[in-house]
Write a protein that binds this ligand. Sequence first.
Ligand SMILES: [Zn+2]
Ligand SMILES: [Zn+2]
Length: 276
Amino acid sequence: MKCRVCAGNAVISEPRLCREHLTSHVQKEVRRIIRWVKPEKLLVAVSGGKDSAALAHALAETGVQFEMLYIDLGIDGYSSPSKEAAARLAKRLGGRLHTVRPPTPVPELKQRKEPVCSLCGTVKRYVMNRFAFENGFDYVATGHNMDDVAAITAIGIASGNAFNFKLSPVSWPRKEHRMAGRIKPLYRISEKEILAYALVHGLPVHHAECPLSENNTQLAAKQLLSGLPGFKRGLYRLAAKMGREGKRELFECRECSYPTTASSRICKFCRLSRER
Ligand SMILES: [Zn+2]
Ligand SMILES: [Zn+2]
């Protein structure tokens, strides 16, 4: 199999690219988003997985300055190898790694009515934003890829909520609401491309799926879509069109002063911490 650009040996089949051209394809996309938003102080959320590892590596290779945040969710048998992978990544890239442990370990959230992955998502978004805001980062970058965007869109459509999802590659900072900006520099890169990127660069990655994620809708949607590449691209294009941020009204949480859309004016993170 030959690279479509240089006819060298391809390391990936869709698109057919060699190691060098896959690398420049991923890094070009990352550079495009960075030039668009021009972050002054950037925080990269790393999970120990391939997506955030590829993102941090691509940023470092393109000369962008950043620090990293690992959120320790306290999941037995999963969090510690993930944390170790994140630490090895930070060491390899020579970057600073911060670790935050939320007050309620995620396994304790499993007893609630809502699916644990959705509650975990709330906790991660809250911790990321609060850490960024308190430490003067104007943007947080996450490793969401094209397959994530397509799966989230599919779920959104199926639940009639498509417009509630934050699908855009860029959310601008809103300081008055204590919100750091958010960017998804890999949102046009597929999961396969990211996996190949992580492999050819020998990035330290913990490959396991989270043990709490049984019955995870997003994972199921991804598996379904992986057999339907044309449909997946269509969903992605739809997401890109809808991606303009919905201007939902934001209130200040009465407990923590971070933003919430809840009319009760207590944010979901505070509600979760209270229900312990
Ligand atoms: Zn090539
Ligand atoms: Zn709150």
